[in-house]
Every structure is written in C-alpha cells, then in structure tokens.
Design a protein around this ligand. Structure first.
Ligand SMILES: [Zn+2]
Ligand SMILES: [Zn+2]
Length: 217
C-alpha cells in the first residue's frame, strides 16, 4: 500500500480501536495487516501524529484532528453508498475507503448536510460531528432528513433509523417502521402521525428525530 494511504488507514484504526476501548500497539499492528505497519507507525511518531508509550498508541492533537476527519469522511461515505445509492454493505465499506481520501472538508460537509447529518454509519458507529452539524445551514437541500423536519402530507421512504436505545428498533419494526417502508406524514402536532400502507400510527416526537427519510414523489 502507498505510504500516505497506509498512514491514513492506521489513523482510522487507532480511532476505532479506541472506541472499542483499546490503545494497544500490538492490536493496531495486527489490525492493519500490512508488513510495513510498524515502520509507518514509527514514521508517524516522528512526524508528530502519534506517541507510543508502554506499547500504547496515543494520538497527538494533530493526529486526533486528522483521525477524526478521516473517520468522519469514511462513515459518511458509507452512509452515502449504502443508504442512498443502495450499494451492498461490503462494497460500500470498500468504496468508502477509497473515497475518504479525496473528499475535501467542504464537500464532506455538503455530503453530511445532504444526508441530514446522520449520527451513525450503517454499522452503527458514531460519525464525528462536523461544523455543518451544529451551525444550521440551508445551502444544501437535504436529500435525507429527520422525519421531524418532513413536511406534513409528504410521502417518503425510510432510509435508516438511528435509535438512541437499541431496544427501540424492534418495537418500531413491529409497527412496520423499518428502512425501505414508504410512509406519509399526516400530522406533527400534538403528536407525530404517519401512515404506512393502510395503517395509521402515532409516534413520539423524540422517535421522529431518529427516523431518517427521503422524499418520494
Ligand atoms: Zn461503518
Ligand atoms: Zn453535518
């Protein structure tokens, strides 16, 4: 693998290993599966991206920023391919690995806005937030949005659900609220009422924030 690309893959892996609670150098090298991993990690230490202490890898401020950025781009690209272009999970993941290297920061924020600032990737891992996520901007008309933002009367297809509690998915599924279902939003106040097939359902406003839909015309 080309060195810069390998360096980026390593930075991303440091991030996801840390999410799983480990900073072990051994686990990192094992995870990279590239004979040059150790060399590249040493170079990364020299260029101030990581610090290695007691066989643990720690990101420096510079490494942290780069790693966060790469992870964000990778996971957003996965959402784009998987949900919007409906490419299979494996292929989405592989394409994301390629695409993340050439998404500029402003394009990344546009993709994020377009996808309705998704909180997680299709594997359920958190997408690091960007500037676009806090500062509300209208420049990009989102393709995917929270059900909460949807217009009353509009029809849409559920793209994904990002529940704050996993137990919720099952309950929603039992009501037919699953990715792929076509819904019509009937009202927002006092509660959210939507129609799936011939069935009318009322859901909580908080849940309406966790359902992401794409308008269907
Ligand atoms: Zn993922
Ligand atoms: Zn965003």
């Amino acid at each position: 693998m080309e060195n810069n690309k390998l360096r980026d893959e390593i930075l991303e892996l440091v991030w996801s290993l840390r999410e799983r609670g480990t900073k072990s150098l051994g686990a990192l090298i094992e995870g990279v599966r590239d004979s040059e991993a150790s060399d590249v990690i040493r170079k990364m230490e020299k260029s101030g991206l990581v610090v290695i202490r007691n066989d643990e890898v720690e990101l420096t401020e510079k490494g942290e920023a780069r790693s966060r950025d790469l992870t964000r781009r990778h996971r957003l690209a996965e959402r784009l391919f998987h949900d919007v272009l409906e490419v299979g999970m494996q292929e989405s993941e592989e394409t994301a690995c390629e695409v993340e290297h050439f998404l500029s920061p402003s394009v990344t924020d546009s993709v994020c806005s377009f996808l309705g600032h998704p909180p997680t990737c299709p594997h359920g891992k958190p997408i690091p937030r960007g500037q676009c996520c806090s500062k509300y901007r209208n420049e990009v008309k989102p393709l995917v949005m929270q059900l909460k933002e949807f217009d009353v009367g509009a029809r849409g297809r559920i793209v994904f659900i990002a529940p704050s509690e996993n137990s919720r998915l099952e309950r929603l599924a039992s009501m037919g609220i699953v990715p792929g279902s076509v819904i019509r939003l009937k009202q927002k106040r006092p509660s959210f009422v939507l129609e799936i097939d011939e069935t009318t359902l009322a859901i909580d406003g908080l849940i309406a924030e966790e359902i992401y839909v794409k308008e269907k015309r």
